[in-house]
Write a protein that binds this ligand. Structure first.
Ligand code: DAT
Ligand code: MG
Length: 130
């Protein structure tokens, strides 16, 4: 079968074509449940300090499985092979976010993707799911 290689090149990344920058009030909404924590202001500053890549992952048990792939909140406690375990050191620079429950995932997706994303199913779906 024919194949093609596609890559977002450095200028595409630098120009923010695949990235989102959020402002303070948006970040405060995203982390609203942590507003009483002593690290809240630092956390908001960190999240608005540069562009992020926002994604929706879809799949069976994806909230729990996504959190397993991401690893524990504190990278020092994240297992090797997890994203935080392999790529982060400090809790305040733990490189990746993932919703902690189906309910917060719904809230966060509504916040980050106010226009409902296209709902589609891959043609390989029946080859992956029973
Ligand atoms: P998670 O991101 O694993 O869901 P969380 O929702 O409890 O963790 O906290 C959100 C982020 O806040 C977390 O990814 C990193 C930061 N954070 C959490 N606890 C912290 C702490 N004790 N000191 C500094 N930053 C903290
Ligand atoms: Mg959380």
């Amino acid at each position: 079968m024919e194949q093609t290689f596609i890559m977002i090149k450095p200028d595409g990344v630098q120009r923010g074509l695949k990235l989102i920058t959020v402002d303070q009030s948006f970040a405060e909404k995203h982390y609203a449940d942590l507003s009483a924590k002593p690290f809240f202001n630092g956390l908001v500053e960190y999240i608005i300090s540069g562009p992020v890549v926002a994604m929706i992952w879809e799949g069976k048990n994806v909230v729990t499985t996504g959190r397993k792939i991401i690893g524990a909140t504190n990278p020092a406690e994240s297992a090797p092979g997890t994203i935080r375990g392999d790529f982060a050191i400090d809790i305040g620079r733990n490189v990746i976010h993932g919703s902690d429950s189906v309910e917060s995932a719904k809230k966060e997706i509504a916040l980050w993707f106010p226009e409902s994303p296209v709902n589609w199913q891959s043609s390989v779906h029946p080859w992956i799911y029973e």
